[in-house]
Design a protein around this ligand. Structure first.
Ligand code: NDP
Length: 610
């Protein structure tokens, strides 16, 4: 017995999630494990559908001619073509030999098409006008809203109706229809992201990722080496390489391991609330303990005790390169372990972006989405603990080293600014730890070399470059300049924090009365896209805030060298690339609704520039 009914490449009719509408779609793949088809709509949206939500085109041709003479369904299907996420069935001549199944389909579909008319009618002369115009057009975007309502609780449906001034003529009847469809929609919602093979490779594919595995450690090595030079001009010839044996010291590696496992111990402490992450492709939600801020407090206490007992934190500065090498070796070992264990992970637990079947690519991007040892979530732990908290400890070590080396009784103003700004950033991330659960790193990217190296090496050793630079290159700044830089950092922080909180709160509880002032475009997946507030200003306001802060962190280092500006330059590149990745994913997830959002909010990160 064949396990699948439709072949790759076949044009079929796919039900749009939550609706009674069928659109012409192309089958792109089939997953033997979940028995789901990945189909592509004409607007580029890709979804995974059950076989029961797919019909052959011939069954639609059949129906169409049946209803062509007098039924309103004909009008509805042809009108909806221009506005729908994909295209509805085109009327074609009925085939003479239809199967029994097709006859059954026929009955159902005549009902469905007339329902489609009811559903779509209110929007048909509105959606075409929806082209980024302000509120008045948004309010009438009923077709999307009706799809959206199917998975929202009553309260939210009411809110959407109110917010968009929707008063459908047969409101009660429609509600009944909506609720009767709810069950179907929920089923589809949980399966639509079922994992399948990664087809579109990022980061330059196999060659790109292979190169990055060497290029990233080499960059860290180069930056740290340059920063130690008296004249760290990038125009200079690179300094001679240090002897290989000077890069490794077992004791340093031991201290690194101690640090890592101390943080793991703090992570395991049963303090702090436990929250659920976003639903996975199989509908399951993982639990996460939120105790990063407590871990930070405990770490601060531990460092305080060390300082009290005259421990020289400068040891970190003196062995900085060796620590970086230890962290790099550890992250490579961790990545190998992660890849090996991912080979045994069930298909549904693999990362949507790291399941290409190519070893190098999956090793780099991360094969398994949420690798866990029992309840210990390795990715979640590494994202915010050893590297991020380590970064502020390194900064503190640099501050103490500067005082010692420059014979100062107090740290320089520049060093204080860099330390304070970055401390604020880290404390903020830990205080708002829950927000990380909705980020791309947690929901989309697997845990492989990219994140392991990024979290454990790149963040602590590259992000602390300004403080490292200031130890050997003292920079005097005046109080007014310091005040101006502080204001810049505060502006960046305000944008970054309020944008992230706005989206995070909206994602967690769209019906929150405190967010009732925000408008959003509903999407067929059940999630809305904010079009007012920060997310109506630019498409990634949080990136804008982050970049402004990055600039404020570099400015205290003056303008003698470009090296301390490496962070802001790299960060702009990172976020521009990340933004493009995110847009691509959102386009796949939300299709037409995302295009509408882009029309409504034309700038990506920098208003009127980009
Ligand atoms: P974002 O927090 O920017 O989230 C992007 C997601 O938000 C999209 O995939 C989409 O997901 C959702 N979304 C997009 N537009 C809207 C909208 N209009 N309304 C509602 N939801 C929307 O992702 P990141 O993980 O990239 O960034 C998180 C934070 O981390 C940022 O502040 C960033 O600056 C920072 N960051 C810092 C780094 C560092 O090294 N310091 C590195 C990377 C990021 P969905 O619809 O599925 O919810």
């Amino acid at each position: 017995m064949p396990s699948r009914r439709f072949a790759d490449g076949e044009m079929v009719m796919g039900r749009w999630p939550g609706s009674v509408l069928y659109y012409e779609v192309q089958v792109t793949s089939y997953d033997d494990v979940s028995h789901l088809y990945t189909v592509k709509y004409k607007d580029g949206t890709e979804l995974a559908l059950k076989e029961s939500d797919i019909r052959s085109q011939s069954s639609f041709k059949h129906r169409k001619s049946q209803s062509s003479s007098s039924s309103p369904s004909r009008r509805s299907t042809s009108r909806s073509r221009s506005r729908s996420p994909g295209r509805p069935a085109k009327g074609r001549r009925r085939s003479s030999s239809q199967s029994r199944e097709h006859k059954d389909d026929k009955k159902k579909t005549v009902q469905e098409t007339s329902l489609a008319l009811q559903v779509l009618k209110p929007s048909e002369n509105n959606t075409r006008r929806y082209n980024g115009e302000p509120d008045s057009t948004e309010k009438n975007d009923t077709s999307c809203i009706i799809l959206e309502q199917k998975l929202k609780p009553d309260l939210e449906i009411e809110r959407v109706l109110e917010q968009y001034s929707l008063r459908p003529r047969k409101e009660e009847k429609k509600k009944e229809e909506i609720y009767s469809e709810k069950k179907i929609f929920e089923t589809i919602k949980t399966i639509e992201k079922a994992s399948s093979k990664t087809k579109e490779l990022e980061f330059g594919g196999r060659i790109g990722t292979f190169t990055l595995i060497f290029f990233l450690p080499a960059t860290v090595f180069y930056l740290l080496l340059m920063c130690k030079q008296d004249d760290p001009s990038l125009m200079n010839f690179p300094p001679p390489l240090p002897a290989l044996e000077s890069l490794w010291e077992a004791r340093v590696f031991g201290v690194f391991l101690l640090w890592f496992f101390l943080q793991a111990l703090f992570y395991l402490l049963p303090i702090g609330k436990v929250v659920e992450g976003l639903p996975l492709s199989n509908g399951r939600k993982l639990q996460y303990r939120i105790n990063g801020f407590y871990a930070f407090i405990l770490t601060a206490a531990a460092i305080g005790i060390l300082l009290y007992f005259q421990f020289e934190l400068r040891y970190l500065y003196d062995h900085f390169m060796q620590f970086a090498v230890s962290a790099a070796v550890f992250s490579m070992g961790l990545s190998i372990y992660l890849y090996i264990r991912s080979l045994k992970a069930p298909e549904e637990e693999l990362a949507p972006g790291g399941n290409s079947g190519y070893f190098v690519y999956d090793f780099f991007t991360g094969h398994e989405l949420n690798p866990r040892i029992g309840s210990f979530d390795l990715k979640y732990f590494c994202e915010l603990r050893p590297g991020l908290i380590g970064w502020v400890v390194i900064n503190l070590a640099m501050l103490l080293a500067e005082m010692k080396i420059q014979n100062q009784s107090v740290p320089s103003l520049a060093m204080i600014l860099v330390n304070s700004f970055q401390l604020l950033y880290v404390v903020d991330a830990l205080w708002n730890e829950e927000a990380i659960l909705t980020t791309m790193d947690i929901t989309h990217d697997g845990f492989g070399f990219m994140l392991a190296f990024g979290d454990l090496v790149w963040v602590p050793f590259v992000y602390s470059l300004q403080a490292f630079y200031l130890v050997g290159h003292p920079t005097a700044i005046s109080w007014p300049v310091a005040a101006a830089i502080t204001i810049l950092n505060c502006i960046g922080y305000y944008i970054f924090r309020s944008a992230n909180s706005q989206k995070n709160n909206f994602r967690r509880n769209p019906a929150d009365p405190e967010l009732a002032y925000l408008k959003f475009i509903p999407t067929a997946t059940g999630k809305g896209l904010l079009v007012t507030g920060w997310w109506g200003f630019v498409r990634h306001p949080n990136y804008l805030g982050d970049i402004i802060m990055a600039l404020a962190w570099s400015l205290p280092c003056g303008f003698n060298h470009i090296l301390p500006y490496f962070y802001v330059i790299y960060f702009i590149c990172l976020l521009v690339h990340r933004e493009a990745r995110d847009e691509h994913l959102c386009k796949q997830k939300y299709g037409l609704a995302w295009e509408r959002y882009c029309q409504r909010v034309p700038y990506r990160i920098f208003p009127y520039i980009y």
